[in-house]
Design a protein around this ligand. Structure first.
Ligand code: NAD
Length: 361
């Protein structure tokens, strides 16, 4: 097992260190290589995704990624900004399927901004297509200045586009995930989210997902407009099982879903290609506002490492051990600041990592 470790910027280095600590006590036989990415790589190599980092990522079975970005890079030309590293890794490794489970842990029911009865027992999976849609559409409106801004411009445009194979492969991923979850006791439903009433691209999306759905008669399929989905996620989130959607809607809805669980600091994610090679990262960003303070929640990254063991490294027992250990520390009342509430014990990033290590032991 070869793992590329790319901590990145801001809290990335702090939270990845805790996840590595957890991986190290599992007694697995893995090789790892650490490299700079994002702003850190721009500083060391002049590019957010240097060739050397890309090579390490390509040769690994899995990538454990922290986060990239900092406001100080906002004036850079777009291709040199830290966030381009993620787009580059997705493109180069063909990572097309982003899995974001939104699970509300029993102990954190009160940390959600919704009423406890709406989120207690919540366990939904949002699957976002990552390589198409308006984020990669051509043509795009040309920038009128090298720093990516538009002084005096009259117009800008991006093109929304999806191909049949792109929609088919993500639809298969969603139906297969729903089937696996059904075997473990969920309803067996895929909700495809679109904007077919306004956008041609998403009428096409809806038609192709429906065609693929005919191959999965055991899984229920429904379709929902994205505006309604945004509303239903906060009105009745437990009505969903697996949600599949395009790149932009998935970007927005998965962040919305993250808040159902209490904090974005709790949410892991996986981005997979067709060979099950994957990039595993917390759903949140580099949080420059709290970087270096030792207060970031490392659990999303630790749970991302668990997803890595399950999806790319074929170590489901080790994955489960981590997940059980996380539940255990939450049951002990340990909380980083983002999930802290009266009556619990506030701990630092490092103390939370240590507690998970101890729970594993
Ligand atoms: P963010 O997710 O970094 O932070 C949003 C809020 O959540 C902040 O208040 C932050 O303090 C808090 N937060 C995030 N993670 C936390 C954690 N583990 N524990 C406790 N609190 C946490 O989003 P942002 O502020 O919009 O973006 C900051 C930078 O991150 C930007 O440069 C952005 O482009 C980048 N970004 C990177 C990724 C990525 O690397 N995949 C994703 C999103 C944003």
């Amino acid at each position: 097992m070869k793992i590329a470790i790319l901590p990145g910027d801001g809290i990335g280095t702090e939270i990845v260190a805790e996840a590595v600590k957890v991986l190290d006590v599992l007694g697995l036989n893995y090789e790892s290589e650490t490299a700079n990415v994002g702003g850190a790589a721009y500083e060391s190599h002049g590019h957010p995704l240097p060739e050397s980092t890309l090579k390490i990522a390509q040769e690994a079975d899995a990538i454990l990624f922290g986060a990239v970005g900092d406001w100080k890079y906002d004036k850079l030309d777009r291709p040199l900004r830290p966030e381009q590293a993620i787009l580059g890794l997705r493109k180069n490794l063909g990572l097309f399927a982003n899995f974001r489970p939104a699970i509300c842990y029993e102990q954190l029911v009160n940390a959600s901004s919704l009423k406890p009865e709406l989120v207690a027992g919540l366990d939904i999976l949002i699957i976002r297509e990552l390589t198409g849609d308006i984020y990669f559409g051509q043509p795009r409106g040309r920038r009128s200045s090298p720093d990516g801004h538009f002084p005096g411009a009259e117009e800008a445009f991006d093109t929304m586009r999806y191909s049949r194979p792109e929609i088919e492969r993500i639809a298969h991923v969603a139906f297969q995930a729903a089937r696996k979850r059904k075997a473990a006791g969920t309803e067996g439903r895929v909700t495809s989210v679109d904007k077919a009433n306004v956008l041609e691209t998403f009428q096409f999306w809806k038609d192709v997902v429906s065609e693929v759905g005919l191959q999965y008669p055991d899984i229920a399929l429904d379709h929902m407009y994205v505006d309604n989905a945004a509303m239903q996620l906060v009105k009745e989130p437990k009505r969903f099982d697996v949600v599949v959607t395009g790149n932009m809607f998935g970007d927005i809805l998965s962040d919305e879903a993250s808040m159902l669980t209490g904090s974005i600091g709790m949410l892991p994610s996986a981005s997979l290609n067709s060979k099950n090679q994957g990039l595993y990262e917390p759903s949140h960003g580099s949080a420059p506002d709290i970087a270096g303070k030792g207060i970031a929640n490392p659990l999303a990254t630790i749970l991302s490492a668990a997803m890595m063991l399950r999806f790319s490294l074929n170590q489901p027992e080790a994955a489960e051990r981590i997940e059980v250990a996380v539940k255990k520390v939450l049951a002990q009342g340990l909380r980083t600041a983002d999930i802290y509430s009266a009556g619990t014990t506030k701990v630092s990033t490092r103390e939370m990592g240590d507690a998970v290590v101890k729970a594993l032991a």
